[in-house]
Design a protein around this ligand. Structure first.
Ligand code: ADP
Ligand code: MG
Length: 555
């Protein structure tokens, strides 16, 4: 070997890499595409190294919102997003995002820079592949990786580092064949069947199979809030508009990736028949039999199990009679519910109510847009009016009922849209209170020039507020800390100015005409974000419901 060759060899041998670069390389190898966070000592170098590796870095204004954004990436793409935080307060802020991701069963990796490593804690680099694996295998969830500060800037010989390969995609498990037969038989004998489609089905990309099952067997289905769009909301078999009725009288319910938690009223009377037969399809064994004694449990991947069920119905074709009294009941209820909300939407009072707002939004909503939503009535009523036509295109407060997720989710969705489907829009429908939690992320939206349309449905308060005159009257009786109802927020707040402050477009609208016009303009402009601050009646409420939204336990 010539001398010059030797020199070159030893150069390679001694090629130095920093801890930050090793971390970035490990993330890249695991196909991580996006990182959100707020930098500081000791994690700044990690963000810089990640960018150099081709990972997109989005600097946010609060770790909580960063963590929400990273978790939404996990749900939308199936690969975990990364949230990068500093230790101490940064990590504490991120806790909200980790809890929310866990509750939603969404993969997420949080990387925190901790203090200098004490002598006994070592081997953190090799924890990356494991973090990706444990966040995506089985029931998805959040993972935390702690990086000692001195690891980040440590220089090491590249040959001394054991780089890991990308972990395999999650293994697909199928349900026990006998259980599949049993489930098919229970469905065949149902008098009042119902499929419930949850966000687990959306995450599992089971849309094709579930749609086939619905159409082939003629079954009514009900999407959960984020299950909306797995099959389009306007599908003739969607009974979303008769939700309570469908739950209350079904005799067989198949749950595709939806838990019987508070959102589904625990699966118990009075919201359900006492002897309703549940067929649970879930990837998490511990979930099966929670709150109810299921008739059949199908443990495994929803997509695979749906195919197993389809095989049964291919072998022995069966269709639920389309003219059954169950279908009649459901259709009648849907018609009357739809008429009732149309009636509320067309009320001609000077100030708008929720229904008027959402009807006008729905009219202009692009079919392929992402709909992000949070708030109390804003989210609940919005969900019934705003339609989803595509799977994984609705993001909201979720299982944890978390407020403050909206802007982070919208940012994540906008990045995914930009990279995978340019021109696709993100509409983020916020209550005024919900907007406040992460409102400063508007600066993030403007900095990265993401053409998100933010709608703030403003009723001057949490649940309900006061109009400006009543607020003034109220303050005559004393200091706001003493006399103001805790639900009140400042009346007529100009949230749209948060957007104009950073160069986006802001609108303050009070009439349906103004709303229509501002929406048209915002949708036409694909280059800029906008915020439409929509004033509604401070005391506007929901149409009367058969049941209180939160079923109190009477088990
Ligand atoms: P929703 O809020 O829509 O009712 P939940 O979050 O309550 O949905 O339930 C989602 C369920 O889906 C969780 O219990 C989770 O374990 C399950 N799940 C997630 N991914 C899969 C998958 N690939 N196959 C089967 N079940 C899954
Ligand atoms: Mg409000």
């Amino acid at each position: 070997m010539s001398e010059s060759n030797l020199v070159a060899r030893s150069d390679v041998d001694e090629e130095q890499v920093s801890g930050a670069e090793v971390i970035a390389q490990a993330l890249k190898t695991q196909h991580v595409e996006y990182m959100f966070g707020i930098v500081g000592i000791p994690v700044t170098e990690i963000a810089v190294a990640a960018q150099k590796m081709g990972i997109r870095y989005v600097g946010m204004r609060n770790e909580q919102a960063a963590c929400y954004a990273a978790s939404a990436i996990g749900y939308l793409t199936g690969r975990p997003g990364v949230c990068l935080v500093v230790s101490g307060p940064g990590l504490i802020h991120a806790l909200g995002g980790m809890a929310n991701a866990n509750m939603n069963c969404w993969p997420l990796i949080v990387i925190g820079g901790s203090s200098e490593r004490s002598q006994e804690t070592m081997g953190a680099f090799q924890e990356f592949p494991q973090a990706v694996r444990s966040s995506t295998y089985g029931r998805p969830g959040a993972c935390y990786v702690d990086i000692p500060a001195d690891f980040v800037n440590l220089q090491a010989n590249v040959n001394s580092i054991k780089f890991m390969e990308c972990c395999l995609p999650p293994p697909v498990s199928m349900a026990e064949p006998s259980a599949v037969c049993a489930a098919a038989s229970v469905i065949r004998h149902a008098k009042k069947p119902l499929l419930i489609i949850g966000k687990g089905a959306a995450y599992a990309h089971a849309e094709e199979g579930i749609r086939k099952l619905v159409e082939q067997c003629g079954l009514p289905f009900l999407p959960t809030p984020m299950g909306k769009g797995v099959i389009p909301d306007n599908h003739p078999n969607c009974v979303g508009a008769a939700r309570s009725r469908a739950l209350q009288f079904a005799d067989v319910i198949v749950l595709f990736g939806a838990r019987l938690n508070w959102i589904l009223h625990f699966g118990l009377p009075p919201r359900y028949q006492p002897h309703v037969k549940f067929i649970q399809v879930d990837i998490c064994a511990e979930e099966l039999g929670n709150n109810v004694k299921p008739a059949v449990t199908l443990l495994g991947d929803i997509n695979a199990i749906t195919k197993q069920l389809l095989e049964q119905f291919d072998k022995t074709p069966w269709q639920y009679p389309p003219e059954s009294s169950w279908w009649r009941t459901l259709r009648e209820k849907m018609k009357s519910n739809e008429a009732a909300s149309k009636e509320l939407a067309s009320q001609k009072s000077p100030t708008m109510n929720y229904y008027t707002v959402f009807y006008h939004v729905q009219e202009q909503l692009p079919r392929d847009c992402f709909v992000v939503s949070e708030g109390a009535n804003t989210m609940d009523i919005g969900r019934t009016v705003l339609q989803n036509y595509l799977p994984r295109h609705r993001l909201d407060a979720g299982t944890f009922g978390t407020m403050g997720v909206g802007l982070g989710f919208a940012i994540a969705a906008a990045l995914v849209a930009k990279d995978r489907n340019p021109g696709q829009r993100v509409i983020c429908v916020e209550g005024d209170s919900a907007f406040g939690f992460s409102g400063m992320e508007v600066e993030t939206i403007c900095r990265y020039n993401l053409p998100i349309i933010l709608l703030v449905v403003n009723n001057n308060g949490i649940y309900q507020g006061f109009d400006a005159d009543s607020w003034k009257e109220l303050l005559k009786f004393g200091d706001a800390t003493v006399v103001a109802p805790p639900v009140c927020l400042l009346p007529n707040s100009h949230y749209e100015q948060v957007m104009t402050a950073f160069g986006g477009k802001g609108y303050f609208v009070q009439t349906p005409e103004e709303l229509q016009k501002s929406l048209r303009e915002s949708l036409a402009d694909t280059t800029k974000p906008s915020l439409i601050n929509i004033m509604i009646k401070p005391q506007a409420t929901r149409k009367t419901q058969d049941f209180h939204w939160l079923t109190r336990s009477n088990m």
